[in-house]
Design a protein around this ligand. Structure first.
Ligand SMILES: Cc1cc2nc3c(=O)[nH]c(=O)nc-3n(C[C@H](O)[C@H](O)[C@H](O)COP(=O)(O)O)c2cc1C
Length: 209
């Protein structure tokens, strides 16, 4: 698959077949993740794979309860309450596997490094016929003492990217993108804007010089 096609076609998948994900494919995703760029090539990432349905269920329950506790203070709390208030809502969408990318919480860029690795892993999943979704709802609990213990991680680690993985039940519909706002300083953009002005959006046909 061409890289630009993969970038355009990857979708957050939230409905999975019950089929297990072969370990070899999870390893391929992890290998792709480990080819991500990282600050000073530190490669600080650590990968935790959870395929134990009981543990995934326990994490989902605990994480959901923790998010619900603080939901009132969140932006878009009404939307979150609607979703999380449903007792049948599983934050992991009953996926058969969870891949958590974490790092020792030190240095300046471990979060960015892990996020780069996560995007690689999600693009690799697409190429392998798998679906994935980053589950931000799981992060707060996974970073609690109990959460890190459940992942077998030491207390000085930070769980950055929890990704659920499985075979998608159906093809996901396209998800709209905002037009990119570009503050283009220098040659290359045909527009009457003045320097420093935010351009309200361009279509994808404009190419970089
Ligand atoms: C940091 C982060 C946290 C996210 N958390 C959740 C989540 O908790 N639950 C969920 O269903 N999707 C979550 N997503 C997926 C986004 O909702 C999704 O990427 C976005 O709607 C765009 O859709 P697309 O990935 O299909 O293009 C998260 C994505 C990111 C990057």
């Amino acid at each position: 698959m061409n890289i630009l096609d993969a970038i355009h076609c990857r979708r957050a998948v939230r409905d999975f077949k019950p089929d297990k994900v072969p370990a070899a494919l999870l390893r391929q995703m992890i290998a792709a993740a480990s080819w991500a760029p990282s600050a000073m090539n530190e490669q600080p990432w650590h990968f935790t794979v959870v395929t134990d349905a009981n543990l995934m269920g326990e994490i989902a329950t605990q994480a959901k309860a923790l998010v619900l506790k603080g939901v009132a203070a969140m932006p878009r709390s009404g939307h979150f309450l609607d979703v999380l208030g449903d007792p049948h809502f599983n934050i992991f969408y009953n996926a058969p596997a969870l891949l958590v990318i974490s790092a020792e919480a030190q240095g300046q860029w471990h979060v960015e490094d892990c996020a780069m690795a996560a995007e690689n892993a999600m693009l690799a999943a697409l190429d392998l016929g798998l679906g994935s979704c980053w589950i931000g709802f799981a992060q707060a609990w996974l970073n609690s003492e109990d959460g890190l213990k459940a992942l077998g991680l030491p207390p000085n680690y930070r769980a950055v990217a929890p990704l659920v993985i499985g075979y998608p039940k159906a093809e996901m519909p396209p998800v709209a993108r905002k037009k990119p706002e570009i503050n283009w300083i220098g040659d290359g953009l045909v527009t009457g804007r003045t320097p420093g002005q935010i351009v309200p959006g361009v279509d994808g046909t404009l190419t970089h010089p």
